[in-house]
Design a protein around this ligand. Structure first.
Ligand SMILES: Cc1cc2nc3c(=O)[nH]c(=O)nc-3n(C[C@H](O)[C@H](O)[C@H](O)COP(=O)(O)OP(=O)(O)OC[C@H]3O[C@@H](n4cnc5c(N)ncnc54)[C@H](O)[C@@H]3O)c2cc1C
Length: 303
């Protein structure tokens, strides 16, 4: 729990910033892996007030992180002392020609479908990626040949370091494999997408194909954070783990998926510690047998 929790009148103070105070939320309920202890969440309903809100937190010596849809996070069992800022959903998307202005809090899949309905395509590959548009941008999420950075032309960002909100052209951003050049305290607020004219029926068919491929190759019905490790250049981490015969390996309630070896699933009340131990085990085996150090794709938040 954060230092703010001891302040009196904090709910009213947050309401004055257009935000909602949610103390002691179990992060297992806010993450797709279903693990993680308590943290205080501030749900931001008016992003224009973020500069004031961040200045207030800074003035009270409280550090913060930004929580999207929680689909790429592994949070420690003991929870976090930092406050989590989470942008509230609700703002509408806006369309002009082949551009779409999308709030960062929007669900990525919903955004793709809303664009499709207006005959705007190019993001179909990302259809099964859970989470928000802001999270996808930060991670440069990618699937089936499309990466988020391919379709983003500009974005509105709150820079925690300067306290300013500004619009940034994407030429200034480095998009890499599951990584972007943003700082940890840059908060995406809205994104301008540039898409291709394409009939709705064609986009829908591509979406169905991607959904079929995903269902056939990933444990979509189980709790996970997608791929746990990145692929080293020219190698498939899932293939290496599979070749080592590690599918089905279990630590506590955490299991290496039988369907996709680079997915760890929370099958039976797993803790974050179980998952971290299983990750260490995989890392050690891959290093020993292949001489390769695996980098995490999941973002690990330890206390
Ligand atoms: C079943 C499953 C399948 C998946 N498949 C894929 C896949 O095919 N490809 C892929 O790339 N990923 C995949 N993932 C991982 C995950 O869905 C993506 O990384 C997703 O883009 C994360 O978005 P999120 O909103 O959930 O972010 P979170 O998990 O909440 O956060 C991830 C990171 O983004 C930051 N962040 C979140 N919102 C913002 C914001 N508004 N501004 C700044 N930073 C922000 C967080 O601080 C954190 O560092 C999968 C996950 C699951 C569970």
């Amino acid at each position: 729990m954060s230092m703010l929790a001891q302040q009196s009148g904090i709910s009213e103070q947050m309401a004055a910033f257009g935000a909602r105070w949610l103390p002691g939320e179990q992060l297992s309920e806010h993450t797709s892996l279903g693990v993680g202890g308590p943290a205080d969440i501030i749900r931001v309903h008016d992003a224009r007030r973020l500069p004031e809100l961040a200045a207030y937190l800074h003035g009270h010596g409280v550090s913060w992180r930004i929580l999207g849809g929680g689909s790429n996070l592994l949070v420690a069992d003991q929870g976090l002392a930092d406050v989590l800022l989470q942008l509230a959903r609700g703002e509408a998307m806006a369309f002009a020609g082949n551009r779409a202005e999308v709030p960062a809090a929007a669900n990525l899949g919903t955004a793709i479908l809303e664009c499709a309905k207006r005959n705007l395509g190019g993001m179909e590959g990302l259809i099964g990626v859970p989470g928000t548009v802001g999270g996808a941008l930060r991670m440069n999420a990618g699937a089936y040949g499309t990466e988020m950075g391919d379709v983003v032309r500009a974005l509105t960002v709150f820079h925690g370091a300067t306290g300013l909100i500004e619009t940034v052209k994407t030429e200034k951003v480095r998009f890499e494999y599951r990584h972007t050049s943003f700082s940890a305290d840059d908060v995406m607020l809205a994104v301008t997408l540039e898409l291709l004219d394409c009939p709705y029926a064609v986009i829908l068919e591509r979406i169905k194909q991607c959904n079929r491929k995903r269902r056939a190759s990933q444990p979509v019905q189980e709790r996970s954070a997608g791929c746990i490790f990145k692929n080293p250049p020219g190698r498939s981490t899932g293939k290496m783990i599979d070749e080592l015969g590690l599918k089905g390996t279990r630590v506590g309630g955490a299991v290496i998926s039988e369907r996709h070896a680079n997915f760890i699933v929370n099958r039976d009340h797993s803790t974050a510690a179980d998952i971290l131990n299983l990750m260490d085990f995989i890392r050690a085996r891959v290093l020993k047998e292949y001489g390769l150090e695996l980098d995490e794709e999941v973002i690990v938040w330890k206390g």
